[in-house]
Design a protein around this ligand. Structure first.
Ligand code: GRF
Length: 210
């Protein structure tokens, strides 16, 4: 059974999609052992509590400096020792020491088709604002492993979503979540939990079942 920790900052709809997928059997062989939030007011923490999952507050604001936070965050993660760390709308940069310690065991969901509309400054609604500003006709979401770079690790799965005339960032964000994120993230966790994918160099490959 894969033991996962989910890191969140806000609404937690991706967390909810994962919890629902575990409940209805779309994810098998996995359990969520804790939800970590950097934001005490995150609705995601309520969702965790309703599911009887421990919520942990880990905010840089509660530490003297970033190094102290990074140390405490990495120590907490080592204590929990999950098989997989899932960043589901987590707005804090993962410390390098944690990336090294949990190599190929951290995944992130990004609300665009990487390598477009990603990197520094591309988070939350801002991604969809930039997509509309540029006038692209197709966007989507990406699940990828996390490395030391920003949105640069090996890509696990992507799904395209149409941009429509008259979209606002909010409308587009909702469509990307419904048509891509809430499907891709549970599917990626299920694939990992059941040993169907592996990292080979800088790419993710399917493990053949024969
Ligand atoms: C999602 O769009 C996710 O892709 C991005 O932040 C948003 C978080 O939404 N990284 P939620 O907290 O899962 O509702």
């Amino acid at each position: 059974m894969l033991r996962a920790v989910i890191c969140v900052s806000g609404g937690g709809t991706n967390l909810q999609a994962v919890l629902d997928a575990i409940d209805n059997g779309r994810i098998t062989n996995a359990e969520i052992i804790a939800v970590i939030s950097n934001n005490a007011g995150a609705k995601a923490l309520d969702r965790a509590e309703k599911h009887g999952i421990q919520g942990i507050l880990m905010s840089p604001k509660n530490y003297g400096d970033r190094d102290a936070f990074n140390r405490a965050f990495t120590e907490k993660m080592c204590e929990l020792n999950p098989d997989l760390i899932v960043l589901a709308g987590f707005l804090v940069k993962i410390p390098e020491e944690m990336v090294a310690r949990f190599s190929n065991r951290i995944i992130n969901i990004h609300p665009a088709l990487i390598p477009s509309f990603c990197g520094v400054g591309y988070y939350g609604l801002k991604v969809h604002e930039k997509v509309l500003e540029r006038g692209v006709k197709v966007t989507g979401a990406t699940v990828h492993f996390v490395n030391e770079g920003m949105d640069e690790g090996p890509i696990i799965a992507q799904k395209a979503v149409e941009v429509q005339e008259g979209d606002t960032p909010e409308v587009l964000q909702k469509r990307v979540m419904e048509q891509a994120e809430w499907i891709l993230l549970p599917a990626a966790i299920d694939d990992i939990a059941n040993g169907r994918i592996k990292v080979a160099g800088d790419k993710v490959v399917r493990v053949s079942s024969t």
